[in-house]
Design a protein around this ligand. Structure first.
Ligand SMILES: [Mn+2]
Length: 436
């Protein structure tokens, strides 16, 4: 077996070979766009540098085919071990130049040998991003009424169940610290299925009390993210149902707790870009779980259904960044998706491209002109300015940023041309990844 370093070098050479075939066409398209943008006063080099600095964390659970309530159809060649997942993330990063970070999920990615896992991450050039706890599955004591998480974890009426949930989160923080992570994302499954089942205030009190014990134990420089969702797995109420509750929890816990916005965790027609603006104003936005949805927590490819909404969210990020609202805490940009019909890696490549493209288009919006139109109550002009960014085909900028990193011009096409999945299938067979 080759070392991670050697595998990465070999992959980079194949990616470069594919890229060289499209180089001439790319230079022509990029040159035309750069000239057009320069005429509009855009600093193209600064924009390329900003785009090149964006890092989209890959969720370990999305490297395998996800299931539905009805079934699961895994592909051959999916990763079965933590090391194989890291290999896939390194391959994604070789293609995009933007995926050099993995978001692990415990217990699915519990490393037997933590030092070996850290060494493998470093050798692969993959950073350990925010690490996720899981109190929605309870393999340890599912049938113990006082300790089970069947009726909730951090909010449970029984102290023993709550203490187990706190201990699990502390374990995840300890593991994350040893792997180089700097943030904990709490996957909160707590809620109720039936009216009357929960004392809403009591459940929130217990949640905050439990999470405070975790927050107090965070290592220096660490953040903790609360993620709101209106339903699932509980369908009547969720203890952290929306951004208001999420902000309330974050404020009560303390300065190292911030809110995570998962685009799928909003009811239809929610104005997510406004939610983002509010959290930025409060300096409590921690990061994102990017995906897309039509009905609820659908976990579909980012930008696949509503690319304009994704753009509008990125416009708020660009505005918040320009106004200095993220200076003290760089945002964690993550994908949270579950693909059940596409090749998981192809889906992540598409999500990454959509997120980067929406950022590029948002950076192209003339903020000074927009501000002037807003101040003049000129709604029509404000719309023109905003949509001018959205309607600019910014893909040559992404390709140029990738070209300079030695990544692929067209990541999805390159993924197919280098035959990564077929090789993985030959090596790994039909293994089953742990995860959703
Ligand atoms: Mn999420």
């Amino acid at each position: 077996m080759s070392s991670p370093e050697a595998a990465r070098r070999a992959l980079a050479a194949r990616v470069a070979e594919v890229a060289s075939r499209g180089a001439a066409a790319h230079q022509e398209e990029f040159g035309q766009l750069a000239a057009r943008l320069a005429r509009r006063g855009v600093d193209v080099e600064a924009l390329l540098a900003r785009l090149a600095s964006l890092r989209i964390a890959v969720p370990s659970w999305a490297l395998g085919t996800g299931g539905t309530r009805f079934g699961r159809f895994p592909e051959a060649g999916e990763p079965a071990t933590l090391f194989q997942k890291i290999d896939d993330v390194a391959a994604l990063d070789a293609l995009t130049g933007a995926n050099g970070e993995v978001s692990l999920h415990i217990p699915w990615d519990e490393p037997g040998d933590v030092a070996a896992a850290r060494q493998y991450l470093e050798a692969s050039g993959v950073a350990c991003g925010p690490i996720n706890s899981n109190t929605f599955q309870d393999g340890a004591r599912p049938n113990d009424p006082r300790a089970s998480w069947k009726f909730g974890s951090v909010s449970n009426a029984f102290e023993e169940a709550r203490a187990r949930a706190v201990d699990h989160n502390l374990h995840v923080v300890d593991l994350g610290a040893r792997l180089g992570s700097r943030a904990l994302t709490v996957w909160l499954p707590d809620g109720s299925n039936h009216p009357g089942q929960h004392d809403f205030r009591g459940a929130l009190d217990r949640t905050i009390d439990s999470l405070r014990r975790v927050h107090e134990a965070l290592p220096p420089g660490w953040s903790m993210y609360t993620e709101h969702k209106p339903f699932e797995p509980a369908f009547y109420s969720s203890v952290n149902p929306d951004w208001g509750a999420s902000l309330l929890v974050a404020r009560e816990l303390g300065e190292n707790c911030r809110c995570l916005v998962d685009l799928g965790h909003h009811l239809p027609n929610a104005n997510i870009e406004q939610v983002v603006a509010m959290l930025l104003r409060e300096r409590r936005l921690g990061g994102f779980h990017f995906n897309d949805s039509s009905y609820g927590d659908d976990d579909l490819t980012a930008g696949s259904i509503r690319p304009y909404r994704l753009f509008l969210v990125c416009c708020e990020l660009a505005a918040g960044e320009a106004d200095g609202l993220v200076d003290d805490h760089p945002l964690d940009l993550m994908i949270d998706a579950s693909h059940n019909i596409k090749d998981p890696m192809e889906d992540i490549l598409q999500s990454t491209e959509a997120i980067l493209l929406a950022h590029a288009q948002a950076f192209l919006v003339d903020r000074a002109a927009l501000r002037a139109a807003q101040s003049a109550n000129d709604a029509a002009l404000a719309q023109e300015i905003l949509q001018d960014g959205f309607r600019t085909d910014a893909r040559p900028l992404l390709r140029e940023a990738r070209r300079r990193k030695g990544a692929a011009l067209e990541p999805l096409r390159a993924f197919r041309e280098i035959g990564y999945r077929a090789e993985a299938a030959a090596r790994r067979g039909h293994a089953r990844a742990t995860g959703l």
